[in-house]
Design a protein around this ligand. Sequence first.
Ligand SMILES: Cc1cc2nc3c(=O)[nH]c(=O)nc-3n(C[C@H](O)[C@H](O)[C@H](O)COP(=O)(O)OP(=O)(O)OC[C@H]3O[C@@H](n4cnc5c(N)ncnc54)[C@H](O)[C@@H]3O)c2cc1C
Length: 419
Amino acid sequence: METADVVIIGSGIVGSSVAYHLAQAGCTNVLVLEREAHQGKGSTGKSMGGVRAQFSTPVNIQMSRYSIDFFSRFDEVVGHPADYRPHGYLFCATSEKHLAYLQANRERQIALGVTNVEWISPQGIAEMIPQVRVDDVLGGTFCPTDGFVDPHSVMMGFMLNARAHGARLWLDTQVTGIQVDPGSADVPSASGAAFKRRSGGREDADGTSALPALDGRRIAGVMTSRGFISTRVVVNAAGPWAAEVARMAGAELPVEPLRRQLVPTEPFDQLPRRFPMVIDMSTGFHFRREGKGILLAWNDPEETAGFKTEFDTTFVEKILTHAAMRVPCLAEAEVNPRRAWAGLYEMTPDHHAIIGPSPNVEGLYFVNGFSGHGVMHSPASGRITADLILKGDSDLIEASQLGAERFASGKLLEETAVL
Ligand SMILES: Cc1cc2nc3c(=O)[nH]c(=O)nc-3n(C[C@H](O)[C@H](O)[C@H](O)COP(=O)(O)OP(=O)(O)OC[C@H]3O[C@@H](n4cnc5c(N)ncnc54)[C@H](O)[C@@H]3O)c2cc1C
């Protein structure tokens, strides 16, 4: 029978990062299962590739800080290009409320070590990008180390490196079920023991693992289109399909898919060759350069949850209206709707990821619900998940705050800086 110390369901940027971080820590008997014939067919391949530390909650700021530093060293450390471009993120406020919000966020960001977030006047914004209309802008914030990465390349880099260290990737392999056995808190985890033996890590006196044991039922393996795989640890990295995968183990996960549409313009030379991601806080419209054209994004408040991945052509007119309001010359940009695309955000009720062990199934780990931030937080989330599996805690953040229990206990973390 096929066995693995850890089975990861989903080979997008998040599953790939978990595989990389496990392998780096010496846990190499890792099997990643992907139902598609290629990696990146989920949300990762649809992403805008934005990375930013300008968040409102400490945990998101901390995860960004770790991740952006990681992206800046990615090519050297992982041996593959991340195409990190520190072009910055520029938030523009048109109301006193948004101005105060940016001020408070900036203070929090600086206190948490993101010391390069600058306050910027309307004149400063106009100097940076003269084409942006600033007559109603009161001010903004700019962080020069925010910017963009190539999500596909980051995902490939993580996975290639993990595979070079022994992790396996099975494509065309659909997970159809998760086998869960009745368990008890006293049962040691075989996978942890196996890892610790190979890595020379500490074992308990009885030779078993010191992995944290949870009360309740216990993972025994996964059923797939290629047969059963025995394992004691399953990582749910199934992106927008995370709730469906959690249900296979009898666990509830509040992750909903939400369509998100992006519109690239045809080549457009009326904006600078290089400029930051610009966010118009009055509408949520934001844009950045993508090659010779401009990539336009806007979160349509009328969008409803569901697995909708077709691009709605009526969206073009809506987004161009917002674009022309903030950047009048964009009224002249040409758009071919056939080049536009839609993908799925994986939303949680408080717009924060769910990372950590399932409260009721021992050996099941979640790394889900990034609510639009899964690319930028992939280094941190992979590291935290590997830490939790191998050590039971993480020194990167206080991980329990991202646990799935928070929804039952009412300890929600509200992130309002969602684009
Ligand atoms: C339009 C758009 C723009 C975005 N822009 C940004 C951005 O600028 N910055 C940012 O940080 N984030 C952004 N995001 C969000 C980001 O793309 C996601 O958070 C991230 O890609 C999630 O990665 P993942 O690996 O968890 O999921 P995915 O990439 O969706 O990977 C999950 C994988 O699991 C596989 N899978 C699912 N079920 C099974 C099963 N039963 N068996 C086997 N395999 C299975 C799927 O096939 C898929 O390959 C954007 C998203 C969209 C849609």
